[in-house]
Design a binder for this molecule. Structure first.
Ligand SMILES: Nc1ncnc2c1ncn2[C@@H]1O[C@H](COP(=O)(O)OP(=O)(O)OP(=O)(O)O)[C@@H](O)[C@H]1O
Length: 280
């Protein structure tokens, strides 16, 4: 079963259009939604959470229409947004008590274990939390009601590298259970590259690609060559290119360039930047 299936999702604002988005996140997998500022990541997530109205398209979560299953959305979807908010005077321990009465599947032991493991104070008031503590508390809460799908919007932005690494560890721990899936948006590509099984590139409201990360890294590589050599390549082999003072650089499909051509491995961030610049 797929944790999330999106077909033809469209939403238009005055200056922006999320254009017929198709995405599939298989159960047990982590998908990273990568896009520049304003690419449409939060709009996509709000549509999945059904907090804004779509113009067209369908969204199913665990096979069910997201608009018709309020209970499913509450229990089976965990949400962590950029600005984690709890009442200022509550401590971590008190948040747990409230959540026990909010969620059917609340696991207070798992919650307190997460807080201890990731150094989130139990007895400090939320108003005195650092940004990193707030984010880790938000993730611990979202994971402890045992959702099948966890959705995070820019959950690692503004965090230092040590806390970002802890967040990545928390998310990895969550997906050790094969029934758990994650959709995480970020423009910090390095975090997503470490974490994700699937990568989706969103650019100006259009999906540039959505593929398994390992397949992507196998499929594409980078070449450094003379501009004339680049011009001789089949246009369909080239996903993005730039000319520098020293020659040309291009992202190519490994299986579409001549045998023997020296193709180096490429990272997800480089691939995204090249593709966005090329507008492909
Ligand atoms: N309520 C709204 N009314 C009009 N335009 C909107 C509204 N909400 C979002 N937009 C526009 O939609 C576009 C996409 O915004 P969105 O927040 O989805 O981008 P994003 O990829 O999440 O960006 P960021 O990384 O900066 O958070 C932007 O141009 C934004 O101005």
């Amino acid at each position: 079963m797929n944790a999330l299936e999106i077909k033809g999702l469209t939403k238009a604002y005055r200056d922006f259009r999320l254009d017929s988005l198709d995405l599939v996140l298989p159960s047990g997998c982590i998908m990273g939604l990568i896009g520049e500022n304003g690419a449409g990541k939060s709009t996509t997530i709000k549509l999945i959470l059904n907090t804004i109205r779509r113009d067209a398209g369908t969204i199913t979560i665990m096979g069910k229409d997201n608009r018709k299953n309020v209970q499913l959305m509450k229990e089976d979807v965990g949400i962590v947004l950029d600005d984690v908010g709890f009442p200022e005077c509550l401590t971590g321990k008190q948040v747990g008590k409230i959540m026990r009465n909010t969620y059917r599947n609340w696991d207070n032991k798992a919650y307190e274990d997460y807080l201890r493991k990731f150094s989130v104070p139990m007895d400090k008031e939320f108003k005195d939390f650092s940004r990193g503590m707030k984010m880790k508390l938000g993730i611990a809460v979202a994971m402890s009601h045992d959702p099948k799908l966890l959705i995070l919007d820019e959950a690692t932005s503004g965090l230092d590298p040590v806390v970002r690494d802890e967040v990545v560890e928390m998310l990895n721990e969550f997906t050790r259970d094969e029934g758990h899936s994650i959709l995480i948006s970020s423009h910090i590509v390095s975090d997503l590259e470490k974490l994700c099984d699937y990568i989706a590139f969103l650019h100006k409201g259009k999906l540039l690609l959505c593929e398994e990360k390992d397949a992507l890294l196998e499929e594409f590589g980078i070449i450094h060559c003379a501009p004339e050599t680049l011009r001789e390549l089949d246009a369909s082999a080239v996903k993005g290119k730039k000319e520098t003072a020293y020659g040309a650089e291009a992202i190519v499909k490994r299986n579409a360039v001549p045998v023997g051509m020296d193709v180096s491995p490429i990272g997800i961030e480089e691939l995204f930047v090249f593709m966005v610049k090329e507008g492909k």
